[in-house]
Design a binder for this molecule. Sequence first.
Ligand code: ADP
Length: 211
Amino acid sequence: MDFNERQKHIIEIVKSHEPITGDKIAEMLSVTRSTLRTDLSILTKTHVLEARPKVGYCYVGDYMPSQTVEAVMKTNVEDIMGRSVAIDEKTSIYDAIVMMFLEDVGTMFVLSDQMLAGVISRKDFIKSALGGTDLKAMPVTVIMTRMPNIIMAQKHEKMLHVAKRLMEHEIDCLPVVEVVKDFKGQEGYKVIGRISKTNITSHFVDLFINI
Ligand code: ADP
């Protein structure tokens, strides 16, 4: 919800002088108490302010500027996606683990002829280590999550939709893909980036930290 200029001014006054009476707010704005009645009623009903009997108005802070809400709603995957880390399908599990540490990521994408073939993350590596696999001999294809089970995103999708997808599938990261034809003329997915819970959290922090 957006507020008019006087309501925004009241919020600022209450924020810096709480608890403050209605009379005092009226005095500070040089208006009558009855002029403020509707504004104060809107601000308390929307839970921005709380009227505490015999104390005054306090700020309870549900106010979110409509520009911030709009900015969240219109953020697309391409606005916040990061660089993807990909390995070839012939890479050994051991080399992939080393790569994951060097790149400081939790999920990597596995490519076959440059096209997305699999996803591999920390749990997959831990499982293979627990199972006594020969990490230097086995390729990542043995333990990766493979097509068609890969959950993906496209660059023009809304961030919020992709965030919901991450939550529903209980995963940390999605490859951002484009549909292309491979050298045999077959359709495949080219990885152009990644979107992770970290990208999304960091975007929320940037938008909300100064409210
Ligand atoms: P972690 O292994 O660090 O807990 P996740 O929770 O993201 O990371 O991954 C858990 C499992 O889900 C792993 O087996 C992984 O291969 C798989 N996985 C991760 N990302 C995806 C994805 N985008 N699509 C399908 N499966 C995935």
